[in-house]
Design a protein around this ligand. Structure first.
Ligand SMILES: Cc1cc2nc3c(=O)[nH]c(=O)nc-3n(C[C@H](O)[C@H](O)[C@H](O)COP(=O)(O)OP(=O)(O)OC[C@H]3O[C@@H](n4cnc5c(N)ncnc54)[C@H](O)[C@@H]3O)c2cc1C
Length: 448
């Protein structure tokens, strides 16, 4: 066999699994069809680190989100993934919604999360003065947090690569067969034989599962559109403002981002195509109306960008994780995969039943900070004195310096396009959407 484990899909889930397995004495390959790590659903979500307070009790998702939240909060602090524990306020806008509170608190307690508590309308408006009129009260969930969705999968994949994992980008699995003692995985670069196979292919996890005879689930992409408001609106929103969920949807939320913006979304609509990340006039209208209702003054600010993510929804209410003779299917990781990623990785490690020793000397990792709440290179006189490139802005909107761009381009998993550079540095994602810096960024990319 060429490899001990092949993991298919370098989203946040596959990358977390690669990181976990690379800590052991194993030959691991991580295959990614796209040009980069974290470029699928993992780059287009609401970027909340959920406590799991509202998960369906007793499900695998409930268990893994709860554990994943603890693991990722600790890991983020250790390696420098921006995370802010803003807390969430789940707001009732009428008496009927307020009557739902009792059930939500019960569910939270059943999930082992007891810190949830009710606030009356006066306290709610004291805590979140920018809210629209008419709120009846809220449930406070103090441990819900905002996190960087870009740095998280990159940190996992970088740690895996530094520990010896063989990352192959732009390398899709095109076919797979069971063979004596393992699997033969076909790729455009030739076949790879492996003892174990992990299917973490997100929206395509059902297709790969079917290649191995699986029939347990079908992925239906569920589109979520989001609007990002200009940074000047950030003081308007202090917490993650959640809606009372209905039977069909969790509703639209308003939340700060770690980059210093305010985000509104997502919508929820089943679509046919697994690559249909187009936004719609109808979806954006709905989000603007919701923004104006929840935090009316948001509409005084410009929209910096809109984006769309596709949830890997299935006909089931839970994650679709199962193990069969060296095969791990990790599918249907719909709305909470960022939060659960590290716990999914632990669960897969145990499920694969690997009898191997931990590798000595784990790599020390420190990711570049992209968070607005933490010191950035341009703010450090000492750093700029040592290397003036940290004082030379290339992207003025997001205050990204030449030094940071240079470091990203020379990193262990260098970007191959502008989007990859954006996710590693924030360049190109500000107000001007690259009008100012686009040409210089393209030139820097072309130079490497
Ligand atoms: C609108 C929205 C909001 C969300 N908000 C949150 C949130 O606030 N908090 C949270 O925890 N979660 C949230 N989620 C869910 C979270 O984003 C997902 O659960 C998570 O990103 C799934 O990660 P993944 O690695 O399974 O999938 P992906 O990120 O899609 O990764 C799968 C990868 O597999 C690759 N692949 C596919 N086929 C092949 C092949 N044949 N060969 C090789 N590679 C292949 C793809 O290119 C892709 O990169 C949200 C999702 C959406 C859409």
């Amino acid at each position: 066999m060429d490899r001990d484990v092949v993991i298919v899909g370098a989203g946040v889930v596959g990358s977390a699994i690669a990181r976990e397995l690379a800590r052991f004495d194993l030959e691991v390959t991580l295959l990614e069809a796209a040009a980069d790590v974290g470029a699928g659903t993992s780059k287009a979500n609401t970027a909340l680190l959920h406590t799991g307070f509202d998960a369906k009790p007793g499900t695998l998702e409930a268990k893994l989100v709860r554990r994943g939240c603890e693991l990722l909060a600790e890991y983020a602090a250790r390696v420098g993934i921006p995370l802010e524990r803003t807390g969430a306020l789940l707001v009732a806008w009428d008496d009927e919604q307020r009557r739902e509170f009792e059930g939500i608190v019960e569910r939270s307690r059943a999930n082992g999360y007891d810190a949830i508590r009710e606030l009356d309308a006066d306290e709610l408006y004291r805590r979140e003065p920018g809210l629209g009129a008419g709120a009846r009260g809220a449930l406070e969930v103090p441990d819900e947090a905002i996190i960087c969705p870009f740095t998280t999968p990159l940190a996992f994949a970088t740690e895996a690569v530094l520990a010896g994992c063989d990352l192959r980008r732009a390398t899709p699995l095109t076919g797979v067969d069971r063979i004596e003692g393992g699997f033969r995985v076909d790729t455009p670069g030739g076949p790879i034989t492996t003892r174990r196979l992990v299917n973490a292919a997100g929206l395509r996890s059902d297709e790969i599962d079917r290649m191995l005879g699986g029939t347990a689930f079908t992925v239906t992409p569920r589109r979520g559109e989001l609007i990002v408001f200009d940074k000047l609106s950030r003081p308007l929103v202090k917490h993650i403002v959640l809606a009372v969920p209905t039977k069909v949807s969790k509703g639209v939320l308003v939340a700060p981002t770690v980059f210093g913006n305010v985000m509104v979304g997502p919508t929820a609509e089943d679509v046919e195509r697994k690559d249909d990340t187009s936004s719609t006039a109808q979806g954006l209208d709905h989000l603007r109306r919701e923004a104006g209702r929840i935090v009316p003054r948001l509409l005084d600010f410009d929209v910096t960008s809109v984006y769309v993510g596709l949830r890997a929804a299935t006909e089931h209410d839970d994650f679709q994780i199962r193990f069969e003779d060296g095969y791990a299917c990790v599918g249907g990781i719909r709305s909470t995969g960022l939060s659960a990623s590290m716990a999914i990785a632990e669960y897969v490690r145990d499920g694969l039943d690997l009898e191997v020793a931990p590798r000595a000397g784990a790599p020390e990792l420190r990711m570049p900070n992209l968070g607005e709440a933490f010191p950035r290179p341009y703010q450090s006189a000492e750093l700029i004195e040592r290397d003036p490139d940290y004082g030379r802005f290339v992207c003025f909107c997001e205050r990204v310096t030449k030094g940071e761009l240079r470091d990203a381009l020379a990193g262990p998993i260098p970007p191959v396009d502008l989007d990859g550079l954006r996710r590693r540095t924030r360049a190109h994602m500000g107000r001007c959407q690259g009008f100012w810096c686009g040409a210089e960024l393209a030139a820097m990319l072309a130079d490497v």
